[in-house]
Design a protein around this ligand. Structure first.
Ligand code: SAH
Length: 248
């Protein structure tokens, strides 16, 4: 019989923020394909009995490509195994879970999804920044920062992003932070808009760096900011005051 694949989002932090169904699916899994983003606390709980495949580091330094990961999932499920694909946050937000679901469906393999709490909302929240607020932001846009806005055809609408009100949350944006800030200001966003860069959110070594949009890239560079980080742009960042509101 063909096995099934459970696409599990582990949430943004430790075990406490992972769904009960996610923990069950992991306990039942015969094969677990995982990334590093779920973090040590969760990765340490993967069952001894399961075959565990690190998709970030495989066969030395080789990182598995997306098509290799999908091929492995298909192969294991067709062998009749119960497979879990485990990633940080939610699998369907910049997690390629949608593509994996399509591939599995194309092979007639049953798919179950277990939503995870996404870092896009939870990481700002964990430092006291709500992504919406009646006074400051009635809309929020979540974008990938992976794209270089200065390079040709962007899949992002920078004109819209520059003039949109409300909050912009950038994932995978550390490397391009300067270009993103320039593209926003160049398209009309107030250069004084407050920005928070939250590194390793909800982990013991979390760090928050704040500054105005026009200067945040230089500040982040001077502070040696590194991925993974969630970048929040908008007036809601004004609510950040450093008081702890989340217990890792
Ligand atoms: N599917 C994930 C996002 C995957 S993209 C989710 O829903 O959260 C990977 C990016 O997510 C990272 O580059 C970073 O921008 C962000 N990210 C995820 N977890 C994070 C954390 N604990 N702290 C800071 N950034 C995080």
């Amino acid at each position: 019989m063909t096995g099934k694949v459970v696409l599990v989002g582990s949430g943004p932090g430790g075990l406490g923020l992972m769904a009960v169904r996610a923990q069950e699916a992991i306990a039942e899994a015969e094969v677990i394909l995982y990334d590093q983003l779920p973090g040590d606390e969760i990765l340490a709980t993967l069952p001894e009995s399961a075959e565990k495949i690190d998709c970030g580091k495989h066969g030395g330094d080789h990182t598995l490509e997306q098509d290799e990961i999908e091929a492995l999932m298909v192969e294991k499920a067709l062998e009749g195994k119960n497979v879990v694909r485990l990633k940080g946050g939610d699998s369907f937000l910049f997690g390629r879970g949608g593509e994996e679901m399509e591939t599995l469906r194309a092979h007639g393999i049953a798919v179950e999804v277990v939503p995870g709490i996404t870092s896009a909302i939870a990481v700002p929240e964990s430092v006291g920044i709500p992504v919406t607020h009646r006074k400051f932001a009635s809309q929020v846009t979540i974008i990938t920062g992976h794209e270089d806005p200065t390079k040709g055809e962007s899949a992002l609408d920078w004109q819209f992003l520059g003039r949109t009100r409300g909050t912009i949350v950038v994932l995978m944006g550390v490397k391009n932070l300067g270009k993103i800030a320039e593209a926003l200001v160049g398209n009309g966003r107030d250069p004084a808009t407050p920005v928070a860069v939250i590194e390793r959110g909800m982990r013991p070594d979390q760090r928050v760096t704040v500054g105005p949009l026009a200067e945040i890239a230089a500040i982040a560079r001077a502070q040696g900011v590194r991925p993974p980080a969630v970048i929040v742009i908008g007036e809601v960042v004004g609510l950040y005051d450093g008081t702890p509101v989340y217990k890792p």
